[in-house]
Design a protein. Sequence first.
Length: 163
Amino acid sequence: MYKIAKAILKNDDDVADAMQETALACWEKLDTLKKDRYFRTWLTRILINNCNAICRQRERMIPGEDVPESWFQETGYANAEWKSFLNCLDEKYRTVILLYYVQGFKTREIAEILQLNENTVRGRLVTAREKLEAQYTKEKRTVRKVNFDVPKEFACDRKESLI
């Protein structure tokens, strides 16, 4: 829940609010769940709706001061790199990537959660992958080929190296 909410909201306080509202709503409306096997999908959909509501509420608010928000900083380099790549994506692509790769949902389940066509989810996954690849190559993080040319004076005949 945290990773999905963090991808949408980017603010730890708002993430905590969304998760708390989601837990409360699920507890209160548990009797409306028709099939237990869809609990995770149902919970995730409620979480996304709560995150979107917080985003809409934030847009209506007029800030009193220009106070910079405190961002959650991960100490691991790989996590920081992953977050920077995710931030280059629009929210609709970022959400699909997180649900698919981080949460492990299938495209059919993501389509149910986001109330989209399954082909739309697949298309967003393809587009997100292409954007991530473009961002990766843009930053010149491609694998470089290293040429190991050995000078003739250090080269030896294969028979000599086996002896």
